[in-house]
Structure formats: structure tokens, C-alpha cells
Ligand binder design. Structure first.
Ligand code: ZN
Length: 333
């Protein structure tokens, strides 16, 4: 499947943190024909294995997205929600949303709210229900809700909610599809609950006990008007090799391996430092006696808004680079 089609297929699935059943099922369907072994652990992480005689290599991308959870259904049929992960109410306001069960609605700020300092508690969700009883036929307290904004392409860019981190899940599926040799014992892990605190990756890394790990996620850019320079990379300038984020300082050996692999492929890359925000790499590199951990990041604008934007060629190159890395001969540790 082409990368864009994969992103669209994955984005049609439901999978906010803690409620990843829908996205996991979709990923499992797509990965099963490409796997030697496939399993789900207690947390809900999907672990896809390709057998090889070399060291254990773990590629990891979180499958969960940010989202909302219904906390109250009011007498007049409006809903109140809590956040799953890093949601900014200002960015969420007036965005269409959908529930796994099919209900749809929109997030609306109360009229008296100060938009500049908008809190999520000052927003309600309008699903059009005429009263509480009608609303409860469509949704229940504890149901999760996600953005329902469109996915489109223009100028080689893709705009969609949840490129964080469905674009990386699509990249890992491309690696599985395109690799021809498997000299290493490869585990491709789609983790859960990253957005609420890197919770799934920790037990997954403990179980796999990898020699080498690479985390694939989106990263912040420094290429838009008035950029606050949280990130160091630009869209369209190639895969970003992670140097550090607020959760990890990558192992120098991994940075060297990924950069030299890119050089062999004659592929431009950028060095990625994200000054705020962490990734699954944060909990993986301190697992057991420590894991050599690196990261390949997809430069992405407007992260965690309903209109994230990435460059499709960057994403294709990320897949190509990872494919070369997992097929390279790695020394046993
Ligand atoms: Zn992410």
C-alpha cells in the first residue's frame, strides 16, 4: 500500500490513549501477512516479529493519539470532556469530533469564556442531542472522542489530525513491506499510551530486551513564521535523526549508525533536538541495564492540533533509512 493510503487507512481507525482497540486491529491486519510472529501484550502493545539470527533490534512507534474522554452528560444534552494527552483547548475549539460508536459533534467554547485563556472546562461538546436521555443513547461517561477533521494533500505535504503518530506507524509498515533480508532479530512494536506518559513502551522494551532500539515519532519544526525555536528541523529537508528531546539523550553509537546509513543512501538528514516534549525513547533507554536507543523523527508542523502537516518525501525517506538500518549487519553486544 502507498504511504498516503496507509496514513488514511490508519487515521480512519479509533485509537486515543487507553482505547487503542480499533487502531491495533487495523495495524494487526496490515502487519500480519508481513510477520513471522505477532502478539499483543497485557498493556495492549502490538509486537510484530521478523526472525533473524543477529542481535535484537526494536523499532517502535506509538499507535495511540491524543483525544478526549466524556466526564459528564448535562441535562440539556451537552457533554463535558477531559483530556487524554497534550490537548490545547484553544486549538480544539470549533473542531468536529467523532466517537467510536458513530456519534459526531463539535467542541465549542462557552460564550462567556476568555478565548485567550480558554480552559477545557469552559468548553462543551455539542452532539445535537435534545436532552440528557437522548445523549446517553449515543455516548456514555468514559467514552473516548477524537478529532474528525479531514486528511488532504497539497504541494507534496499531507495535512491531517494524528500524523502524530500514525505517519510513523505507516512508516514502520512500509519497512516491514519493503525489507528483503532479516539478518537481525527484529521486533516492530506499536505501543499504547505514549501520549499520557510513555506508559506502553516501558513494559514492551522490558519484554523484548533489545540490543538496539529506534523510536519513530514526529518532531517539532523551526520553519514557520514566528517560530519559538522549540525544534531544530524543517519540513522537506529529510529524516530527522534524534539527538535529544526532553526525555532522552540518544546513544552516540545510534546517532552515528543512522547518520552513516543515510550517507550510504546519499540521503539528506537533519539533526533533531526537541526542547520540549518527550518520546517513547525516554523510558526505553533506561530499561533493564540500559538500551542503546536512537530516534528517527518525521518533521511535523502544528503538532497536536487538528491540522498537523508533514512532507510525504520526508516520510518515505524515513522508511527507506529504517529499512536499510534493520537490514545492516549489527555487532552483537
Ligand atoms: Zn507522538
Amino acid at each position: 500500500m502507498e504511504l498516503l493510503e496507509l496514513i488514511q487507512t490508519l487515521n480512519a481507525a479509533h485509537g486515543p490513549s487507553g482505547d487503542e482497540g480499533g487502531i491495533r486491529e487495523r495495524l494487526a491486519e496490515l502487519a500480519r501477512p508481513l510477520a513471522d510472529e505477532i502478539s499483543t501484550d497485557t498493556m495492549g502493545n502490538l509486537i510484530v516479529r521478523k526472525l533473524g539470527s543477529g542481535p535484537r533490534v526494536m523499532l517502535c512507534a506509538h499507535m495511540d493519539s491524543i483525544g478526549f474522554i466524556v466526564t459528564h452528560v448535562e441535562e440539556n444534552g451537552f457533554l463535558r470532556v477531559g483530556r487524554l494527552g497534550g490537548i490545547s483547548p484553544k486549538e480544539a475549539a470549533y473542531t468536529p469530533v467523532r466517537f467510536a460508536g458513530g456519534a459526531r459533534g463539535v467542541i465549542v467554547p462557552e460564550e462567556k469564556a476568555d478565548f485567550g485563556k480558554l480552559k477545557l472546562d469552559e468548553c462543551y461538546v455539542d452532539i445535537g442531542a435534545k436532552d440528557r436521555e437522548t445523549a446517553l443513547k449515543a455516548v456514555a461517561v468514559g467514552d473516548t472522542m477524537i478529532y474528525d477533521s479531514p486528511c488532504f494533500t497539497n504541494q507534496g505535504k499531507v495535512v491531517s489530525p494524528y500524523l502524530d503518530n500514525r505517519i510513523s506507524c505507516a512508516i514502520l509498515l512500509k519497512v516491514l513491506e519493503e525489507m528483503e533480508l532479516c539478518p537481525n532479530d527484529l521486533y516492530v512494536v506499536f505501543t499504547v499510551q505514549e501520549e499520557v506518559g510513555l506508559r506502553g513502551a516501558k513494559p514492551a522494551a522490558w519484554a523484548v530486551d533489545p540490543d538496539y532500539a529506534v523510536v519513530v515519532d514526529v518532531t517539532d519544526v523551526d520553519d514557520t513564521p514566528g517560530s519559538e525555536k522549540c525544534g531544530t528541523v524543517r519540513l522537506g529537508k529529510g529524516p530527522a535523526i534524534k539527538i535529544m528531546d526532553s526525555s532522552v539523550i540518544c546513544h552516540p553509537d545510534m546517532i552515528q549508525k543512522l547518520e552513516s546509513q543515510a550517507k550510504t543512501l546519499d540521503m539528506p538528514t537533519q539533526r533533531d533536538i526537541m526542547r520540549a516534549g518527550g518520546t517513547d525513547a525516554g523510558v526505553m533507554h533506561t530499561t533493564r541495564i540500559g538500551v542503546r536507543t536512537g530516534g528517527v523523527s518525521v518533521p511535523c508542523r502544528y503538532i497536536h492540533t487538528p491540522v498537523e502537516m508533514a512532507d510525504l518525501q520526508d516520510a518515505r525517506d524515513c522508511a527507506k533509512l529504517l529499512c536499510a538500518f534493520v537490514q545492516s549487519k549489527l555487532e552483537s553486544l
